[in-house]
Unconditional design. Sequence first.
Length: 284
Amino acid sequence: MLTSVRRIITQAYRQHRLVVAFNTMNAETTLAVARAARQVGAPTLFEISEKTIVYLGLETVVALVRAASHEAGGRVPLGLHLDHGRSFKLCASAIRAGFSSVMIDGSALPFKANVQLTKRVVDFARRHRVMVQGEVGALVPRRRLTHLRVASELMTDPVQAREFVRLTGVDSLGVAVGTLHGPIKMFRKLPKIDFKRLRVIHEFVRVPLVLHGGSGVPVPDLKRAAKLGVTVVNIDTELRLAYLAAMRRELARQRNEYDPRVVFGPVVAALTALAVQKLRRLAR
């Protein structure tokens, strides 16, 4: 069932337990996440990006998640969260549409501008009892990665994080501590999580932390991060790769098939299996 993200995250934070947030982009990924959550019995988040909203439309996204949660989710708590919202307008629209949590990502802005933008979203969200995630630091996207080292100056500074949380009043904080966006981390050996930095950040801010770029990160590292304040881990790349691999396999296997539903059925099954595996390893 679709419920408050705040309730899901608050309980997990107190128990040093991870909540897995899956980026969903269409009917197949949404159904797979809902079915996996029900099968495992683990509270789970649907994350919706701006690109998905442009692709499907905001009202369609919300209706799709609600329907999948009702049909496949059973009594398992499922939450709807806006991922990497880059403007006040988008966050406000998501809140009005029924999202119970939004991320305002001003991390590319100068610190003062990031604070101002985030505080504006927080003030609006408070009136609607919606949770807000902010971000300090920067995850290097795959198109900008030219070497295997993640520059320390791009990572979250603990002192700055403390000031950011104090000035904005965010409910949770996305941190850059060594993880990356994109598929390159799946195929090359990259730096692990900077646990020393993560420990200090948590000591300084004392709010639930969110680890973006969680695909491909070893399970023991994510479990260790949960002991250091990380409550939410985002999974996107692995779902995308599994989706395309399953679809290509089915298209090659059933060359004469003209009904897309016959092809997409096994795709949903493959995504569900992956999400079940992730939830069993991380959310228990």
